[in-house]
Design a protein around this ligand. Structure first.
Ligand SMILES: [Zn+2]
Length: 171
């Protein structure tokens, strides 16, 4: 999919060849936006460590940032986790050294850390024109928990999957 996106972007610019990951020739002529997608493409195709088949450099840091956002880990605790992971992972692991680096990696994806309320059943997000609502417009479930304290907050990473789900339902 990322290849498709990169191809689409590259079509707008001359001498921008796409022949898989790596190589510098393919990047000549691409503008800043296209270059960002090439970086994403590279990160998505780079193994977290040599031989790792379950996570790429990008997918692992996205997973970690997702957990950080959902559990409201502090930046400092995230840095500490990364330091520990560096001791555990094989040498040559492509893992960010700090939260700051991790954010730089995912910045190209346009992720932010806005926290949003969502329907407990993930039908919708309480944002924009729905920001003031108390119940879900799809299933009428209350925005507020009947028990305990707090809302069904979603990180923006999880929001992507909810948006995709809502979009699918609307088709
Ligand atoms: Zn709902």
């Amino acid at each position: 999919m990322l290849n498709d996106i990169a191809c689409g972007l590259a079509l707008e610019y001359t001498s921008c060849e796409i022949e898989g990951a790596g190589g510098s020739n393919r990047r000549s002529g691409a503008n800043e936006e296209a270059l960002r997608y090439f970086e994403i493409l590279d990160d998505a195709q780079t193994e977290l460590y040599p031989g790792c088949k379950d996570f790429s450099k990008l997918s692992f840091i996205v997973e970690l940032l997702h957990l950080k956002a959902l559990n409201q880990w502090s930046d400092t605790s995230f840095d500490m986790l990364l330091q520990l992971l560096h001791q555990v992972l094989p040498s040559g692991a492509k893992l960010a050294e700090s939260y700051y680096q991790a954010r730089k990696l995912t910045k190209n994806l346009g992720f932010t850390y806005e926290t949003l309320d969502a329907c407990p059943y993930n039908c919708m997000l309480f944002r924009n024109e729905n920001a003031h609502l108390d119940t879900c417009i799809v299933c009428q479930t209350s925005r507020w928990k009947e028990y305990g304290v707090g809302y069904n907050r979603q990180s923006s990473l999880q929001v992507l999957s909810i948006v995709a789900k809502v979009w699918q339902q609307s088709k």
